[in-house]
Write a protein that binds this ligand. Structure first.
Ligand code: GDP
Ligand code: MN
Length: 385
């Protein structure tokens, strides 16, 4: 789960990571009040669950409370489109007003769970402000990496090694290694999957602080943190993904045209490959899960069909607890008599009551192609396009 920069900074601040002084505002008047309280030059920053705000005009440096109010007025209520939000953008419902920093150097510092390293990796780079993916690609020698042993934890020498590697000067080695240690503790305490400080700023007066903060919680561990639930901002989520979460269906929107409904994550991955083989592109990943029922199949199919890019739906289900007749009933409930009545649906089902399910679909008025073998699925999709 992603959260806003101002929320991440609150958590980091409590964990002993130095962040700029500031406050969140939901109206231009509130922004003015925060700027007045700070009593100096401030930055007004659009709060959306995406980076790239600077280049998109979502960050404004201003000198007076009056200007802070105007900057907030210009941002609040708009939709900010950055290279990370996609063309639909994200709504700006709040802004962070904080002290402007006199930037001398911009560095990058990030903690991430690295599957290959089987643990947390601390990454740092002297090329801050830039996208880290770009640094890794173009100048990999500028990317410092320290793998954290999950049993030993982050060791003090590792923080120092990064500090020396960034060549920030002897005075800042201790503050930076302390910051890295605190960041790692926050990461652990909150079951994060990512914490990214970009840029980590060295100021003209020799301080080091987190000018930006991105924090992502591991969804599978989130049940351990009911106290963090209030941080969720559903206005920033894809509406279909949100609806899928409410239906307890694993759904990830993709950009192709073949919607797919599958039970089991492994089968769903294999199904995406089969769609790729056919020369088409999947519109989504969707796993209804093992214990699905008729209503869940119907809701999953409605979610798939709500994506305007979908022209064909592929349903690939291996029935066990989820019986063939339930699947067919779910499909009929979602499609029959709706505007999607004529949509091409390719169905492969095996297992308990599969024959019964196939008969129900064949007897219906839906535009269904039944296939037996996974190899025939690619052919059926090709034929429908
Ligand atoms: P992002 O573009 O969404 O990642 O937002 P950031 O918070 O990283 O801000 C983008 C850029 O704005 C930073 O890389 C800085 O160059 C600049 N910036 C942000 N805050 C300040 C500030 O307080 N003072 C100055 N001078 N620049 C800032
Ligand atoms: Mn940033």
């Amino acid at each position: 789960m992603k959260i806003h920069e101002y929320q991440a900074k609150e958590i980091l601040g409590k964990g002993g990571v130095v962040v700029p002084e500031g406050g969140v505002a939901r109206t231009p008047e509130e922004a003015r009040a925060v700027a007045t309280r700070l009593g100096r030059k401030v930055v007004v920053k659009a709060q959306v669950h995406a980076g790239g705000r600077g280049k998109a005009g979502g960050i404004k440096v201003v000198s007076t409370p009056q200007e802070a109010e105007e900057a907030a007025k210009a941002l609040l209520g708009t939709t900010l489109v950055t290279f990370q939000t996609g063309p639909e953008g994200a709504p700006v419902n709040s802004v962070l007003v904080e002290e402007a920093i006199d930037v001398k150097r911009e560095l990058y510092l990030g903690l991430v769970i690295d599957g290959a390293a089987q643990g947390v990796v601390v990454m740092a780079s002297a090329a801050g402000g830039m996208e880290i993916e770009e640094v890794a690609e173009k100048t990999p020698e500028l990317l410092l990496r320290e793998k954290v042993d999950p049993v030993l934890g982050l060791l003090p020498f590792q923080g120092r090694k990064i500090a020396f590697g960034l060549v920030i000067g002897p005075k800042l080695v201790r503050p930076l290694s302390t910051m890295i240690a605190n960041l790692y503790q926050v990461f652990l305490d909150n079951d994060c999957s990512l914490v990214e400080i970009n840029p980590l700023v060295v100021t003209a007066d020799g301080r080091i602080l987190a000018a930006d903060a991105k924090m992502d919680f591991e969804d599978d561990a989130f049940f351990r943190h009911p106290d963090l639930e209030y941080l969720r901002d559903t206005s920033q989520e894809d509406p279909l993904e949100l609806r899928a979460r409410e239906a307890d269906v694993s759904y990830v929107k993709l950009d192709g045209t073949v919607g797919c409904l599958v039970n089991g994550a492994g089968l769903a991955m294999a199904t995406l490959d089969v769609i790729g083989e056919s020369g088409a592109r999947p519109a989504n990943f969707l796993d209804v899960g093992g214990g699905a029922n008729e209503e869940k199949v119907a809701e999953a199919l409605r979610i798939i069909l709500s994506d305007p890019n979908v022209d064909t739906v592929l349903i690939n289900i291996f029935g066990g607890i989820l019986r063939g007749d339930m699947i067919a009933a779910g499909i009929l409930a979602a499609v029959e008599g709706t505007e999607h009545q004529d949509r091409r649906i390719v169905v492969r089902m095996l297992g308990t009551n599969a024959d019964q399910g196939r008969q129900m679909l064949q007897a219906s008025s839906l535009n269904v192609s039944l296939v037996e073998d996974l190899g025939d699925v690619a052919e059926a999709i090709r034929a429908s396009n």
